[in-house]
Design a protein around this ligand. Structure first.
Ligand code: GLC
Ligand code: CA
Length: 539
């Protein structure tokens, strides 16, 4: 087995706005991240993925970029970024950054020019049309915005302040590739590539008055035929022949597509974030997780990618509510469910990603009013549902389960008034449970969620089988228990997680050594609610 650093790495996602405020304006910033690098290193992290810090008017919190080669003033300066990069490297870690190239901000000079007149040389850098289609934006409403001055519509798959770039235009690609190489030359260690399965559009649709006014058009704007040559050009002109790590955000990419996306021969990225297990969240978020479905999806990816590419493992990010509140039980079994779900995904074959706060079991927040939410998608969801006739209370309940802001509340460093995040009024409410759930309290406690994460990371680094070994689903005769083995020539490990809030019968394997557990007193005939264990089996 060829050893590859990004396969052995454990990655940690930082959402800078909510991580640590260094200058008392209530907004997390780059120097704040730098000040917490020892914490991240101590956790055992090898790679940090930093969500966007580029210059941006913040319509979508930095995912709407107005200058790719400058830093958002609220976050600091390019010197701050360079220092962050140097400090990450000084600690033996790597830094990958978000690459948002499906769209820019409408305040990007390219779009300002493009919009200025129909015959501007950059008109064709974005997607303009006389006839909009019925496409719905991913953030709700029409995906087309009318420009009164030039009397045409432009396409925006996300917010109307995020116009889509026209990847069919060679000059656009060249400008993007130059920018990507500029960052790589600076010495960053790779990219998480945002919304990359959307860069190719099938624009043959026409407006259909018989259809719903706006309808999702996934098959026309996600992993569309013809996307591969564009991705290959991105790879060949920027990413290739560099010792970097790339992970594409790949909605609509299925196991059958992996040779082209992440295959060792013809892949365009090292790995992708697949969306199939995220789909389970949307349907099951208020009833816990459907374990049989989860097993089916994750096993399909584990076996489908094996020997061909590499998986990115994750259960949280800045676009989803907190996993302990959706898949787990953030009340009676908060610690147990946070650790059992962690154990379930962390030891699969792939590179594990941890989203900030996940390692201390941060939960969804009790947002009481619409005004307490910040996220554009959340506000659009509210207004579109209201217009559609849904009652205020019902929408608030929906947002209480689903909003992206649940994962964006500030990091809970300690029990003090502002959770050690800031001295000022925070940009987004701090979860009141920070008096119990916080880093400082958990660092002292060997049984905390944080200590469990440290043990998992430590264990993965001790055993090559946990990185490179093959995965097999292991049937313990109970639907709610997710069990699997990892095996290589030398070793075999069994990972068992009861993902239900009731006890399950089970037979502990004989001749097995316990490596890790989230309960202290263990029974060999049953698993308690959300009990998780990792065993080394004799081969
Ligand atoms: C990705 C990001 C999300 C953002 C969207 C548009 O899905 O993860 O936060 O809103 O792309 O850039
Ligand atoms: Ca700040």
């Amino acid at each position: 087995m060829k050893k590859i650093w990004w396969k052995e790495a454990v990655a940690y996602q930082v959402y800078p706005r909510s991580f640590k405020d260094s200058n008392g304006d209530g907004i997390g910033d780059i120097n704040g991240v730098t000040s917490k690098l020892d914490y991240i290193k101590d956790l055992g992290i090898d790679v940090i993925w930093l969500s966007p810090v580029y210059k941006s008017p913040n319509d979508d919190n930095g995912y709407d970029i107005s200058d790719y080669q400058d830093i958002m003033a609220e976050f600091g300066t390019m010197e701050d970024f360079d220092r962050l990069l140097a400090e990450v490297h000084a600690r033996g870690m790597k830094l990958i950054i978000d690459l948002v190239i499906n769209h820019t901000s409408d305040e990007h000079p390219w779009f300002v020019e493009s919009k200025s007149s129909k015959d501007n040389p950059k008109r064709d850098w974005y997607i303009w049309s006389d006839d909009p289609t019925n496409w719905e934006s991913i953030f709700g409403g029409s995906a087309w915005e009318y420009d009164k001055e030039t009397k045409q519509y432009y396409l925006h798959l996300f917010s109307k302040k995020q116009p889509d770039l026209n990847w069919e235009n060679q000059e656009v690609r060249k400008a993007l590739f130059d920018m990507v190489n500029w960052w790589l030359d600076k010495g960053i260690d790779g990219f998480r590539v945002d919304a990359i399965s959307h860069i190719k559009k099938d624009l043959t649709d026409v407006f259909d008055p018989e259809q719903k006014l706006y309808a999702p058009a996934w098959e026309k704007m996600m992993n569309v035929k013809g996307i591969q040559p564009l991705l290959a050009e991105l790879r060949d002109r920027t990413l290739a022949n560099r010792d970097i790590m790339t992970v594409g955000e790949a909605n609509g990419v299925h196991v059958g597509d992996i040779e082209e996306w992440i295959g060792e021969k013809d892949g365009k990225f090292n790995m992708v974030f697949q969306f199939e297990s995220l789909g389970l969240w949307d349907t099951d978020e208020r009833t816990g997780i459907n374990v049989p479905k989860l097993k089916e999806v994750l096993t399909r990816w584990q076996k489908g990618v094996e020997g061909k590419g590499w998986n990115a493992l994750f259960i949280e990010n800045h676009d989803k509510p907190r996993v302990v509140s959706t898949w787990g039980n953030d009340k009676e079994y908060w610690r147990e469910s946070a650790t059992a779900i962690a154990c379930m995904y962390f030891f699969m074959q792939g590179t594990p990603f941890i989203y900030q706060g996940q390692e201390i079991g941060m939960t969804n927040a009790p947002f009481a009013e619409l005004d307490h939410y910040n996220d554009i998608q959340t506000h659009n969801l509210y207004h579109n549902n209201l217009a559609g006739g849904m009652a205020h209370e019902a929408i608030m309940t929906l947002l209480g389960a689903k909003s992206r802001d649940h994962s964006r509340t500030p990091m809970q460093w300690d029990a003090s008034f502002n959770a050690g995040f800031t001295d000022a009024w925070p940009w987004l409410m701090i979860n009141p449970n920070h008096n119990k759930i916080n880093v400082a309290a958990q660092q002292q406690d060997p049984r905390s969620v944080l200590s469990f994460y440290k043990q998992m990371i430590w264990l993965r680094k001790q055993m090559a089988v946990l990185v490179y070994g093959t995965y097999e689903l292991y049937d313990v005769g109970h639907e709610a228990v997710y069990a699997y083995t990892r095996e290589d020539e030398n070793e075999k490990v069994l990972v068992v997680s009861n993902l239900a809030q009731f006890a399950c019968d089970w037979d502990a394997p004989e001749d097995a050594t316990l490596l890790l557990a989230n309960y202290e007193d263990m029974d060999s005939t049953q698993l308690l609610p959300y009990e998780a264990r990792v065993y080394k089996l004799t081969k």
